[in-house]
Write a protein that binds this ligand. Structure first.
Ligand code: TYD
Length: 140
């Protein structure tokens, strides 16, 4: 049986008037965590695959504030799901311990990432076999 991975599509309030548009993302309200870190990814060629990791603790929300990209999430059972990030007022919530790859970046892609944790390289799992072991051993 195929299970769905526990990611969640989010839709943010968009306010527009004749001056342009404004999107609101409030930590703890529009997304399910308080934001401790913000980073953004741009200038990646379309054939680049980024991510290729899971995080023991960090939860993320990904928003393509400009351009488009895709994120593929994979769980420990090999279930996969591809999310198309193509609108500045939508995002995807990715819980901890989900393997993720970001790819198919358009030339104008700016991928904004909100995180529940400060950067700690030791909570990044960059090897898929290790990711499976962490699950098996209940170490996350
Ligand atoms: P990396 O995790 O490979 O980026 P992504 O998975 O999003 O494609 O990070 C690239 C480099 O930037 C790596 O040397 C670690 C560093 N980095 C930080 O110092 N702080 C951060 O918050 C992030 C996300 C990365």
């Amino acid at each position: 049986m195929t299970e769905t991975i526990d990611v969640k599509m989010l839709s943010f309030t968009e306010k527009g008037d004749d001056r342009g548009r404004l999107v609101i993302v409030e930590g703890g309200q529009d997304i399910p965590f308080e934001i401790k870190r913000v980073f953004y990814i741009y200038g990646s060629d379309p054939d680049v695959v980024r991510g290729r990791h899971a995080n023991r603790r960090s939860e993320f929300v990904l928003i393509n504030v400009a351009g488009t990209s895709k994120v593929r999430v994979t769980d420990r059972k090999g279930n996969e799901m591809v999310i198309h990030l193509n609108r500045p007022h939508t995002g995807v919530y990715i819980p901890a311990m989900v393997w993720k790859d970001m790819y198919d970046f358009s030339p104008d892609s700016v991928l904004l990432v909100l995180s529940s944790e400060h950067y700690d390289p030791s909570e990044y799992i960059r090897d898929f076999d290790e990711y499976l072991k962490v699950w098996e051993n209940g170490e996350a």
